[in-house]
Ligand binder design. Structure first.
Ligand SMILES: C[S@@+](CC[C@H](N)C(=O)[O-])C[C@H]1O[C@@H](n2cnc3c(N)ncnc32)[C@H](O)[C@@H]1O
Length: 289
C-alpha cells in the first residue's frame, strides 16, 4: 500500500534536517530539492504547498536521500546538477567551480564595457572560465561580441565543454590551456578581459565544507599571498588588450589595495576597486594605457 505524506510535512522535515546540519537557507534548499524530484520549479512547489498536495512514498524516499546528501554538505548545485547564473542554466558537478551570485556583478561590468563600444564586433576574453559562466553571459548578452575563454583544468573541461555546446553560440570560443600564454593570436586586439581567478592564500582554508571539500583546489588557491594568478592575469591582459581596453577582476574583500598596487607596478591606468551589493570591495578594474 502507498503511504501519502503532505508536501508541507515533507518540506518541514527537510528544513529541520538541513537547519540542524548548519545550512542557513534551509527553506530554499528544501524547496529546490523537492522540486528537483517532482520535476517542478520552486514557485510551483510553493503553489502545491498551498493546495496541500500529497507526495507518494517513493518520491518522499528519493527526496529524503537528496536531503541527507545536502545535510552532509554536498553542494546543492552538485545534487541538482545545475547552477543558475544570470539568465543561464549551467551544468556543474565535481571538478568544476560552482559559479557564485557575486560574479554576476563582474559579468555585468564586462557586459556593460562591451556594450558601450562603437566597435561592431568587440572581443571579450574570460581567463579561467570554469563552468563558462562569465564568458557565456558575455556571449549571450552581447551577441555582436566575439568571446574567447580559457580553462586549464582537465577535470573542469567536460563541464565547460558541455556548457559551451548547449549555451554558447557561434560567437563563443573555448580552449583548454594556461591563461599565462593563451590567445597569442589576439594580442593587442581585445576590448575587455574579465577574470575571476583563484585568489585564496594557500594557508587560508575556507570554513564551509561545500567549498573546502568540493570546489577544485585549482579554482580556489592562488599561492602564498593568494595573488599568483592575479599577477598572471595582469600580464596576460596587458598583452591581449588594445590601448584603452578594460580589465576587470574579482577578488577577496581585503585584496583591493594589493591588487591595485600590482596593476600600478605593471603600468595599468586608473586601477579602481568596486563594491559588491553587500558593500565589500570585491572587484578591481583598470585601463590598458
Ligand atoms: C574561481 S574559479 C572561477 C571560475 C569561473 N570563471 C567563475 O567565475 O565561476 C577560477 C578558475 O580558473 C581556473 N584556473 C586557475 N589557474 C588557471 C590557469 N593558470 N590557466 C587557466 N585557468 C586557470 C580554475 O581551474 C578555475 O576554473
Amino acid at each position: 500500500m502507498t503511504n501519502l505524506l503532505t508536501l508541507d510535512t515533507l518540506r518541514l522535515q527537510a528544513m529541520e534536517t538541513l537547519s540542524a546540519a548548519g545550512i542557513t537557507d534551509s527553506e530554499v534548499d528544501a524547496e529546490l530539492l523537492i522540486g528537483h524530484v517532482l520535476g517542478l520549479g520552486r514557485g510551483e512547489v510553493q503553489a502545491r504547498l498551498i493546495l496541500n498536495d500529497l507526495v507518494s512514498d517513493d518520491n518522499a524516499r528519493v527526496i529524503r536521500t537528496l536531503v541527507a546528501r545536502r545535510a552532509a554538505r554536498e553542494p546543492l548545485q552538485h545534487i541538482l546538477g545545475v547552477a543558475w547564473f544570470r539568465s543561464l542554466t549551467l551544468e556543474v558537478g565535481p571538478g568544476v567551480f560552482v559559479p557564485r551570485p557575486e560574479t554576476e556583478q563582474l559579468a555585468q561590468m564586462a557586459i556593460d564595457a562591451l556594450r558601450s563600444l562603437a566597435d561592431p564586433s568587440p572581443i571579450g576574453v574570460d581567463l579561467g572560465t570554469g563552468s563558462g559562466a562569465i564568458a557565456l553571459a558575455m556571449a549571450t548578452e552581447v551577441p555582436h561580441a566575439r568571446i574567447f575563454a580559457v580553462e586549464k583544468s582537465a577535470e573542469a573541461m567536460p563541464w565547460t565543454t558541455k556548457n559551451f555546446a548547449h549555451v554558447g553560440g557561434s560567437n563563443a570560443t573555448l580552449i583548454q590551456g594556461d591563461l599565462a600564454d593563451a590567445f597569442e593570436q589576439l594580442n593587442g586586439t581585445v576590448a575587455v578581459v574579465a577574470s575571476n581567478p583563484p585568489y585564496i592564500p594557500t594557508d587560508a582554508v575556507p570554513r564551509d565544507p561545500e567549498v573546502q571539500l568540493h570546489d577544485p583546489h585549482l579554482a580556489l588557491y592562488g599561492g602564498d599571498d593568494g595573488l599568483d594568478v592575479v599577477r598572471l592575469v595582469s600580464h596576460t591582459a596587458l598583452r591581449l588588450l588594445r590601448s584603452g581596453g578594460a580589465l576587470m577582476m574579482e577578488h577577496g574583500e581585503l585584496q583591493g589595495e594589493d591588487i591595485r598596487n600590482i596593476l600600478i607596478t605593471d603600468g595599468w591606468r586608473a586601477p579602481a576597486t568596486h563594491r559588491d551589493l553587500l558593500g565589500r570591495d570585491r572587484y578591481t578594474s583598470a585601463t590598458r594605457p
